[in-house]
Design a protein around this ligand. Structure first.
Ligand SMILES: [Zn+2]
Ligand SMILES: [Zn+2]
Length: 110
């Protein structure tokens, strides 16, 4: 699993991760906010969504990004949400770029 070498996104509408294999992953800040899997946003046992997307402002941005050990980042958002942890693995596996999307579409679902 490659690690991100650079994470650019404070106060920006997009959050970019540059991986050590030079792949670039770009998330819209709000999409990443909506992807939060913390206990406030997703019911822990059932996985049911608790976050109402309507409560997340369209111009939400990251106010603070910090590393969590060697595996994740913690983002504090401008809407006051500050418990989100995003693992490098999920950030990379869900990369929304065309190349990664095509690779996911090709993967067999048997
Ligand atoms: Zn959350
Ligand atoms: Zn990608």
């Amino acid at each position: 699993m490659p690690l991100p070498q650079e994470i650019i996104g404070l106060g920006r509408p997009e959050i970019t991760l540059v991986w050590e294999d030079e792949h670039r992953t770009v998330y819209r800040a709000r999409d990443l906010r909506l992807r939060c899997r913390c206990a406030h946003c997703v019911e822990e046992t059932s996985g049911a969504p608790l976050l109402d997307p309507a409560t997340v402002p369209p111009d939400v941005v990251a106010r603070h990004i910090e590393l969590v050990g060697q595996y994740a980042i913690h983002i504090r958002w401008s809407d006051g949400h500050d418990t989100g942890i995003y693992s490098f693995r999920s950030l990379r596996e869900n990369c929304p770029c065309a190349t990664c999307q095509a690779a996911r579409d090709r993967s067999p679902r048997r």
